[in-house]
Design a protein around this ligand. Structure first.
Ligand code: NAD
Length: 496
């Protein structure tokens, strides 16, 4: 298709970042290794990106450690730190169009989402933690008269941030901003599918005045650069968002190295429950469709299980299907597109395999199920809905991380709660009802870190984000995230 003139023009002069940022400089891997960075939009190679290996990671960690120990960032006062983080937010705003284009090209998400959601939220996160950093107070204990005892928050030191590809800049900011706000140094490892905006972020941070070494960005393969970072004896914490299997490895690496702290945000199989007394079926149908199909289903909180009370199941499902039919896969760079490409050929195949499994297990496919736009060379899958999913079907148990919705039916509140909680995950859950008692009861009974009543994903940076059970531990967003990047030190001064 022909792209709008402004996008074609920007595309023609877009510089694709490819080098790591270590100790304030753009560098190649010592070995010279690179990897192909592919765009899911058309399956073509966008650029070659530095593939950091163990020695590059060691160099980045050493640089972060030196920066931390000499206090070039840690010891700056709150005002000075704020100034740099606010400047970084301004620079991201200045380059917002470029960042949005990089994000859309790199992960296949619609440019309108990158423009309206990813980049503004990343900028907002940076500002929020800049504003919050001097609102973190210690405590004074109830000391005897000849003693003063107090507790202070001390930065941890070197933070390894390992982030995923679904919201690359936004997830990076959820970790980088509070970690920097508390005075730490950071080594950021973007996913190999989506390194571009992280590299740009590293450049902008230097332009904003963040001292060299305080934020290093090391693109590379998870099993090489990520593993080396997580096994390092000189990293104090790994802050991770990604898959459960890698989360488990990170805990092992911690045990095998220096017992570094680990925080894990690991996806889910989130239920959205619609009771027959739902106050607004149209709004619930919108939420049911967008809750699972937004970002092509590549969302850790995706509402991938829809639980509907039996009497309204048929009519409600019709409404959900009607909304989903409007989500037609299109070129991510077309500003009209609302549903783009999946991040990689591998992720597309995973989604298609889950669809084949659901077919074979007897669920009833009522929408989609095919690869789309094959001629483009890109990785597109139609929004797909299965009815008559049973609790023991694979689709009810495993995270697809793609545009596939499973619909289950329930008879009463107890069964709804049992089904909702019948999962190893516990990231998000939602319920729609007009009964305030049922809403509040349900909010307590649902085993999830985030619960939404009569809405989906209706919260923001002020609220903690993270999971129960195998969805991980530790919280992003909110003031709680600041505490994650600090240790408490108790000081007692005896008066003589
Ligand atoms: P992943 O967990 O493999 O990758 C996430 C990050 O971890 C990437 O930066 C990757 O390079 C890094 N990594 C991979 N192996 C590593 C290792 N051994 N040591 C250290 N770091 C390592 O996720 P994926 O393969 O890109 O996606 C697979 C599944 O992960 C998805 O299907 C989905 O279930 C889940 N996922 C969840 C989220 C989320 O937001 N919770 C985001 C992306 C993916």
């Amino acid at each position: 298709m022909t792209l709008p003139a402004d996008i074609s023009e920007r595309l023609s002069r877009l510089a694709l970042p490819g080098q790591a940022i270590i100790d304030g400089a753009r560098v190649e891997a010592a070995s010279g290794a690179t990897f192909h960075n592919v765009s899911p939009r058309d399956g073509l190679v966008l650029n070659q990106v530095t593939a950091c290996q163990g020695e590059d990671v060691a160099r980045a960690v050493a640089s972060a450690r030196a920066a931390f120990e000499d206090g070039r960032w840690r010891d700056q006062g709150p005002r000075a730190k704020k100034k740099v983080l606010f400047r970084l937010a301004e620079l991201m705003e200045r380059d917002a169009e470029e960042l949005a284009l990089l994000e859309s090209l790199d992960v296949g998400k619609p440019i309108r989402d990158a423009r309206n959601v990813d980049i503004p939220l990343a900028i907002g996160t940076c500002r929020w933690y800049a504003e919050a950093l001097d609102k973190v107070y210690g405590e004074v204990g109830a000391s005897p008269v000849d003693r003063l005892s107090y507790a202070v928050h001390e930065p941890l030191g070197v933070i390894g941030a390992i982030v995923p590809w679904n919201f690359p800049l936004h997830m990076a900011m959820w970790k980088v901003a509070p970690a920097l706000a508390m005075g730490n140094s950071v080594v950021l490892k973007p996913a190999e599918q989506s390194p571009l905006t992280a590299l740009k972020l590293g450049e902008l941070a230097l332009e904003a005045g963040l001292p060299a070494g305080v934020l290093n960005v090391i693109p590379g393969l998870g099993g090489v650069a990520g593993e080396a970072l997580a096994l390092s004896m000189d990293v104090d914490m790994i802050a991770f968002t990604g898959s459960g299997p890698v989360g488990r490895k990170l805990m092992e690496y911690s045990a095998r190295s220096n017992l570094k702290r680990v925080s894990l945000e690991l996806g889910g199989k989130s239920p959205q429950i619609v009771f027959a007394d739902c106050p607004d079926l149209d709004a619930a149908a919108e939420a049911a469709a967008w809750g699972v199909f937004y970002n092509q289903g590549e969302v850790c909180t995706a509402a991938s299980r829809l639980l509907v009370e039996a009497p309204i199941k048929e009519q409600f499902l019709e409404r959900v299907v009607a909304v989903a039919k409007t989500l037609v896969p299109g070129d991510p760079l077309d500003p009209e597109t609302v549903f783009g490409a999946m991040v990689s050929e591998r992720q597309m195949k995973t989604a298609l395999d889950y669809i084949a499994t659901a077919d074979s297990q007897g669920a009833r496919r009522v929408l989609g199920g095919q690869r789309a736009r094959k001629d483009s060379g890109g990785f597109y899958v139609e929004p797909t809905i299965f009815d008559r999913v049973e609790a023991d079907h694979t689709l009810a148990r495993e995270e697809v991380f793609g545009p596939v919705l499973g619909v289950l039916t329930f008879k009463d509140e107890d069964q709804a709660m049992r089904l909702a909680n019948d999962t190893v995950y516990g990231l998000a859950a939602g319920l729609w009802t007009s009964d305030i008692n049922r809403a509040l009861r349900g909010a307590r009974r649902l085993k999830a870190g985030l619960v939404w009543v009569n809405g989906w994903d209706a919260c923001d940076i002020t609220m903690p984000f993270g999971g129960f059970k195998q969805s991980g531990f530790g919280r992003d967003r909110s003031l709680h995230a600041l505490h994650k990047y600090a240790d408490l030190k108790s000081v007692s001064v005896t008066l003589r």
